[in-house]
Design a protein around this ligand. Structure first.
Ligand SMILES: Cc1cc2nc3c(=O)[nH]c(=O)nc-3n(C[C@H](O)[C@H](O)[C@H](O)COP(=O)(O)OP(=O)(O)OC[C@H]3O[C@@H](n4cnc5c(N)ncnc54)[C@H](O)[C@@H]3O)c2cc1C
Length: 484
């Protein structure tokens, strides 16, 4: 779909002699002041606005700068790191969080983690790594900290009016106009809270996993953890060691992959097998066989039999859950049917009387600063984007980091933002070719980058196989480069 804004932006690009090469030093140093309905709009020329300075925002700034763009990044917190910045209230990490993905898969391709670090670094090391990354590439000078983006709207000249509210401006709003916007606001901070019958009458304490910070919260308590994602399993393992009693409720049986297989981090083995182009069925067979030979039959531990093949749900990497179930420290239970005043009833008729319930029920993406149609959001609330990144309606609007891979997200977002930067550059250097690329691809919003039949649920909206996704990105970039 070519929108009015698209056509206007194209006309602007074609008619403009100047190709942007650098940045304008201060966001307040606007090249001109425009007016919109009596309000000042500060024109930031060809600069790109990046929203958020978590890992996705940081790589976006770096890769846009490398393509010669001026960048203004707005970050509502006071430091870089996003989810990994445990100092901030919205951070979902807890004291014992370690990477689930191993070091070689987690580090950016152009910025290795120290050799002395372990296979699965602690969250404080991940934050230190992101801070060093920001310093090494001189990114902080492009970031406006303590500044919330409150509105993003297409402007009448085909660009973007971004309204921010920041401590620096005395809490006052200010609107600036940008040539393009890259949203890197993360999708692991807005809790998804299921509506359980009777939960409002439950007299125990109920928290979402995002409010779980430390094992001290569990000590000597009767704890029910709901949800068997990576976070739910981690917390259940802690509760198995610290709480007086721990129940772990999962909707279905899952495959609990150990963090190590054949003496190596398991994601490295998985990657090796994928790189060899081993067909999905054979990979599934190998995985099932490895699990049978190591962990054994999960149902023997009282865990439900998985109702799907491996790779059809997001991988859970946890070597300890089955161990603590085997030691009687964790009682596996099925889905919660309802809450009562004093406890819960499970789908198999069993009951429990916990005094703390932890809802490890995941997160939902939220883009409250823009109208859902700009990101082609469907009736369920899921953005439908080309390569999970490019808005099909607006070629100058992209999202970075909206991915749920079978390995780490870091290097994927690196390459994704390289593609975004190359795309924006192509639009300036060869608008006709850019338009023909756009016509060929922008409607391809199926978002399927996974050979497995992944379960339909919000948890799997952005589930991808890292190899399939990287190949798709590479193809797109090759096409862009051929057009340059
Ligand atoms: C417990 C846990 C463990 C994880 N383990 C791994 C792992 O092992 N490996 C892995 O690859 N991934 C892991 N992840 C996924 C993790 O989310 C990503 O690694 C990464 O944090 C995503 O980065 P991001 O920049 O996209 O989002 P975020 O880190 O969430 O950063 C988004 C930033 O945008 C800012 N922001 C949001 N809205 C606005 C606004 N309106 N205005 C201004 N600023 C705004 C936020 O303040 C934040 O700083 C884990 C996640 C969790 C919750």
């Amino acid at each position: 779909m070519r929108t009015r804004e698209h056509r206007q932006t194209e006309r602007r690009s074609k008619g403009r002699a100047r190709v942007s090469t650098g940045r304008i030093d201060e966001p307040t140093g606007a090249v001109a002041t425009l007016w919109r309905g009596g309000e000042a709009v500060y024109d930031r020329g060809e600069n790109v606005c990046v929203i958020g300075a978590g890992l996705s925002g940081l790589v976006a700034i770096k890769n846009l700068r490398e393509q010669g763009f001026g960048v203004d990044c707005y970050e509502r917190e006071t430091g870089v790191g996003g989810a990994w910045n445990w100092r901030h209230d919205r951070s979902p990490v807890y004291a014992s969080t370690h990477l689930i993905s191993s070091k070689p898969f987690t580090q950016f391709p152009d910025f290795p983690m120290p050799d002395s670090w372990p296979d699965y670094p602690h969250h404080s090391q991940v934050l230190a790594y992101l801070e060093r990354y920001a310093d090494h590439f001189g990114l902080r000078e492009h970031i406006w900290f303590g500044t919330d983006v409150t509105s993003v709207q297409p402007s009448e000249d085909g660009r973007w009016d971004v309204t921010v509210n920041g401590a620096r401006g005395g809490g006052q709003s200010r609107t600036q106009r940008y040539a393009a916007v890259v949203i890197a606001n993360g999708h692991n901070w807005s809790p998804k809270l299921p509506a359980y019958e009777g939960i409002e009458d439950f007299k125990g304490e109920t928290i979402h996993a995002s409010a779980y910070k430390d094992a001290a919260q569990l000590r000597a308590r009767r704890v029910l953890v709901i949800g068997a994602g990576n976070t739910g399993c981690d917390i259940a393992v802690e509760a198995g060691q610290q709480a007086a009693r721990c129940w772990h409720s999962s909707r279905r049986g899952y495959w609990y992959a150990p963090k190590y297989a054949y003496g190596r981090p398991a994601d490295q083995i998985n990657d090796m097998v994928q790189a060899l182009h081993v067909p999905l069925r054979l990979r599934q067979w190998l995985f099932h066989r490895t699990l049978r030979r190591t962990v054994g039959n999960l149902t023997r531990f009282g865990l439900p039999k998985p109702d799907h093949r491996v790779y059809e749900t997001h991988p859970i990497a946890n070597s300890q859950l089955v161990y603590y179930v085997g030691h009687g420290a964790i009682t596996p239970v099925p889905d919660v049917v309802r809450f009562t005043r004093t406890g819960v009833e499970f789908a198999d008729g069993r009951t429990a009387e916990p005094d703390l319930v932890i809802l490890a029920t995941g997160y939902l993406p939220r883009f409250e600063f823009l109208s859902p149609d700009l990101l082609n959001v469907d009736a369920e609330g899921r953005p439908r984007l080309y390569l999970h990144a490019f808005s099909p309606a607006y070629p100058t609007l992209a999202v970075a980091g909206l991915l749920q891979p079978d390995s780490a997200v870091f290097s994927l977002v690196h390459w994704q933002t390289v593609a975004i930067a190359k795309w924006l550059r192509l639009r300036e250097s060869a608008p006709d070719r850019a338009e023909s690329f756009w016509r060929r691809h922008h409607r391809d919003v199926s978002g399927r980058f996974n050979p497995a039949r992944v379960k339909q649920s919000t948890r799997h909206w952005f589930e991808i196989s890292h190899t399939v996704y990287l190949r798709a990105l590479e193809r797109a970039m090759r096409e862009m480069e051929a057009g340059q």
